[in-house]
Write a protein that binds this ligand. Sequence first.
Ligand code: PHE
Length: 345
Amino acid sequence: MTERLTQLRAEFTAELAAAVTEADANALRDRWVGRKAGLITAEMKTLGKLSPEERKTAGAQLNELKTEVESGIDDLLNRFAAEREAAQLIAERIDVTLPGRRIAAGHLHPITLLRHRIEDIFVSMGYAIEDDREIETTFYNFTSLNIPDNHPARSPQDTFYLVGENESTLSLRSQTSTMQIHAMQKRRPPLRVAAPGRVFRRDTPDATHNPMFYQVEGLLVDKGITLGDLKGTVEEFVRRLFGPDTKTRFRPSYFPFVEPGAEIDYTCFKCHGDGCRVCKQSGWIEMGGSGMVHPNVLRGVNIDPEIYSGFAFGLGLDRLCALMYGLDDIRLLYENDVRFLEQFS
Ligand code: PHE
């Protein structure tokens, strides 16, 4: 028996050394100590044939071998498990010093950014910001603004008409000046209101025109308001927007809802008046229209022009935005091309 055991031990040692995978180790366990067909189990069964004396020593030796076999296999399996874990740790290692990946968050559109800046300026000057409607009746879009029946702005070639007839015909507003009427109908002077918003004109889109664009309108009505107040306000406004050395100039102009009316220019924010590409070498940039609210407009909303006067001015955001960001085509602002919009994040 001892000899047999020595042979078995040698065989097992060799097989254990040859096992290289977990499957090998598990097969080894079945082959040696498997409950039914294990080599050692079979050997145990032969013990019955021995004399009681022999059985005792052989049984003890066999048990010893069984323990060796089991612990040999367990050790091997533990080693494989440890190796697997070590390999996994290496494979899953993260380098915490690597720079992170930036998560793409949304951001505001350049027009919205500019609008917010302008709204902040108006608010700091005591104006209420109002949102206004984009669809208007002919009354608000034209008649209440003292725009005569035969004025070309009323023509379907200039204005997007929707439905209806006469004064209640609906159209897309062609200027934020419509806000003046709503503001004065809602409040009594003294009032200061600013309204940013979209306006619509039947223009063929090109590098400087888009049928939809943004304006901001400012309106102030009180007792004793003069052209000097308009000039001072506009001057302060552009200084807050473009810097303290910005100057303005007024050129006489005509808008039916103001008298007198003027176009406002301000010194170029890029060259400060010296002349450059942005201002086409003139040193000046056109800002928009302005004027003293026409007495007919005041009368239309039951404000007595003998007691009150006011001024209004309107500026276009799109061209300003294009100039500020050096865009050579304002249509870029509305194409929603993320490659373009991402520059403003
Ligand atoms: N609404 C005019 C325009 O769109 C600008 C303007 C506003 C003029 C207020 C005078 C007063 O051109």
